[in-house]
Design a protein. Structure first.
Length: 107
């Protein structure tokens, strides 16, 4: 994993995939990010990030069944891989270390 890094949007999408568990598909991820952050993203941007994360080995995807409400189209569901969870854990540790250092510097 050394040498791997993720951008801010990739981190946000990975965290959202993990938090949505088995309900993580592009539109649900988009809506969760918007609700939690107020950030407005285009669904194509989310699809692009999801493809990139899967290529990096941080997520896996499976196709759900076709539904009437989607005109027979299927949803692609995403889950975190072990590597995805590891990169998120490493990122959060780094953020917390820096935040603690900031707190110490401003006291």
């Amino acid at each position: 994993m050394k040498g791997e890094s993720i951008g801010e949007l990739e981190e946000l999408v990975l965290l959202t995939v993990g938090s949505l568990m088995d309900k993580a598909y592009a539109v649900a991820i988009l809506e969760e990010i918007k609700e939690r952050t107020g950030r407005k993203l285009d669904v194509t941007a989310v699809h692009s990030v999801l493809r990139r994360l899967e290529k990096k080995g941080f997520t896996n995807s499976t196709m759900g069944g076709a539904t009437q409400d989607r005109g027979g189209r299927r949803k692609r569901y995403f889950t975190l891989t072990v590597a995805g969870r590891k990169i998120i854990d490493e990122t959060m540790v780094t953020r917390m270390e820096l935040y603690k250092k900031l707190l110490m510097a401003t006291q």
